[in-house]
Design a protein around this ligand. Structure first.
Ligand code: P6P
Length: 334
């Protein structure tokens, strides 16, 4: 095999520097922020893999700002991210699912561009005790120095994200990233401690007869969703639901299909958080050629946020599959 056909070895770090080289005016600040996320994910992956051995499974006996029981690893993963991002000059503010208020790391002095990083440190952590897939989801916004306080700088619509991605701690540790010019996928090689690029310019299949939703809530879904489920089941759609968004969405990114968290009686605005779950995942899916809507004709990424922990209904995945859902939401299908 001659050298031109031998695939090059590209790590996440070299990929980030390669992308930075396309922006001559770039100072490298964003690259350093992404590097902190990469290191955090390695540390979290190690702690997830050793959780049962080091007896850090289970809950801490308290609830987070969402009123959800905090797992011990939620707190540990949150601390890892706060500490690594805190060490990066380019990070002005961080906001986490686990913290009620944003953490202001640096004031507005200094000329360099800075960033806001929002994250769900360990999404789906209730799966940990049963060795299910869990993940970290992150969203990066340019810090708005003119904004009046942290909340104002954070409350930007998803279309303003400069980068977004997730890490899936599953049968392997997968890092999926978009910088606004397509989606790239990396797998951690634990032997050398580096994320190796395995896919560049990922495209989501345009259709796949598979949906992902918690059907236990079916009776409290708006009737349009119930009509869609009847329609899909009459056409032999398969159902896949892991109860952890990162694993469910990753499967759809690679295989196609549609993921939904509709409004329910318990969560009338949907359960998923806009700023650090729906927005980053929607950017990934749209960058891969899919769709992400919160209602017919309403892109998730265009929602103007009013609170960093606000929730949203969500339908995302293959363009054709999202269309099938939306068609049933707007009118009864004859
Ligand atoms: P339910 C995990 O708690 C999470 O935030 C997402 O990862 C997941 O998609 C959803 O909630 C699962 O919620 O109500 O189906 O258990």
């Amino acid at each position: 095999m001659n050298s031109s056909s031998t695939p090059s070895i590209v790590t996440l770090q070299s990929h980030i520097l390669e992308q930075q080289s396309h922006f001559p005016e770039a100072s490298g600040t964003l690259s350093w922020v992404l590097s902190a996320l990469s290191i955090s994910a390695k540390v979290i992956a190690d702690k997830v893999r050793h959780a049962r051995l080091e007896n850090v499974l289970g809950s801490v006996g308290s609830e987070n700002v969402q009123g959800e029981v905090q797992q011990k690893l939620d707190v540990i993963a949150n601390e890892v991210l706060l500490r690594t991002l805190g060490g990066r000059e380019g990070v002005a503010i961080v906001a986490s699912e686990e913290n009620e208020e944003p953490v202001i790391l640096r004031d507005n002095k200094g000329g360099d561009r800075r960033y806001c990083v929002l994250f769900d440190p360990l999404d789906g952590s209730s799966n940990l005790d049963v060795c299910g897939g869990v993940g970290t989801i992150f969203s990066i916004l340019a810090h708005d120095r003119r904004a009046d306080g942290a909340q104002a700088s954070l409350l930007q619509p998803g279309v303003r994200q400069v980068a977004a991605g997730y890490v899936l701690y599953g049968s392997s540790t997968v890092f999926v990233l978009t910088l606004g010019k397509g989606v790239d996928m990396f797998v951690l090689d634990p032997g050398i401690g580096a994320y190796m690029r395995v896919e560049q310019g990922l495209r989501i299949p345009t259709q796949c007869k598979s949906y992902s939703v918690n059907e236990g809530n079916r009776k409290s879904f708006p009737t349009g969703f119930q009509r869609y489920l009847d329609w899909a089941q009459e056409r032999d759609y398969s159902s896949r639901y892991a109860g952890a968004m990162v694993g469910d969405v990753h499967r759809i990114l690679l295989k196609g299909g549609v993921f939904m968290y509709p409004p329910t009686r318990k969560a009338p605005n949907g359960k998923l958080r806009l700023m650090y779950e729906a927005n980053p995942m929607s950017m990934i899916i749209e960058q891969a050629g899919g769709k992400a809507l919160c209602a017919p004709g309403e892109r998730v990424l265009e929602v103007r946020p009013t609170d960093i922990h606000q929730r949203t209904p969500l339908v995302l995945g293959s363009a054709e599959e999202v269309d099938h859902v939306m068609r049933h939401l707007v009118e009864p299908v004859r």
